[in-house]
Design a protein around this ligand. Sequence first.
Ligand code: GRF
Length: 229
Amino acid sequence: MSARLAVFCSGGGSNFQAILDYLSLGTRSSRVEVALMATDRKDAGAIARARQSAVPVAIMDVASRTDGLGALLAAHDITHIALAGYIRFVPTDVTASFRGRIVNIHPALLPAFGGPGMYGQRVHVAVRAAGVTVTGATVHFVDAAYDHGPIIAQWPVPVFPDDSADDIARRVLDVEHALYPRVVHDVATGRITLGSDDCVQGRPAPKLPFFSLRDAPALPDDLLDPPAS
Ligand code: GRF
């Protein structure tokens, strides 16, 4: 039986589009069907993308979603959920009943720069203000707390001194588009699962693109010496 995926979006939906594109290739579409795009915003760019691909759209009434979301998902026979730029809290009855079958992408290396209020451009503004030299994207299973569930995959992205928050956002978004569809596919097809001990199983070994700690060059002995005056 193929998985029936619901994607939840609040914004432009470029990650949703990346999922649609990835799943439409080869035999993937017979294994995972994008069966619903659900949004809390009637002006979400993701709506046009869904209609273009003949994916059913649900515009949720935020005030009544606590009662209605489980029923909506059941009506569409949804087996898996991907949050893609969805900024609302998912009711705990849904995160509990979809445990191990609901994932989220966050545009930073969790647990850094995550949690309530840390979404969209705010993440990249905070990254820039903190002066970190590495950020990235994180895909994780969703539990009852914001940006908290077991981490499935992460990909680092460098931050350069002259980057604006927009520069960082663009660089991270490119990585999201490559990473998220693959993880969504692997979760929906059962290649990646969540064990009863909350450990992620079946995750491929991470392939870091520009450095790995194992290969890091030895630090020079005088790294922390004060500069010569
Ligand atoms: C992405 O950076 C996603 O990680 C974050 O919000 C952004 C949504 O972009 N949660 P889009 O709607 O997928 O274009």
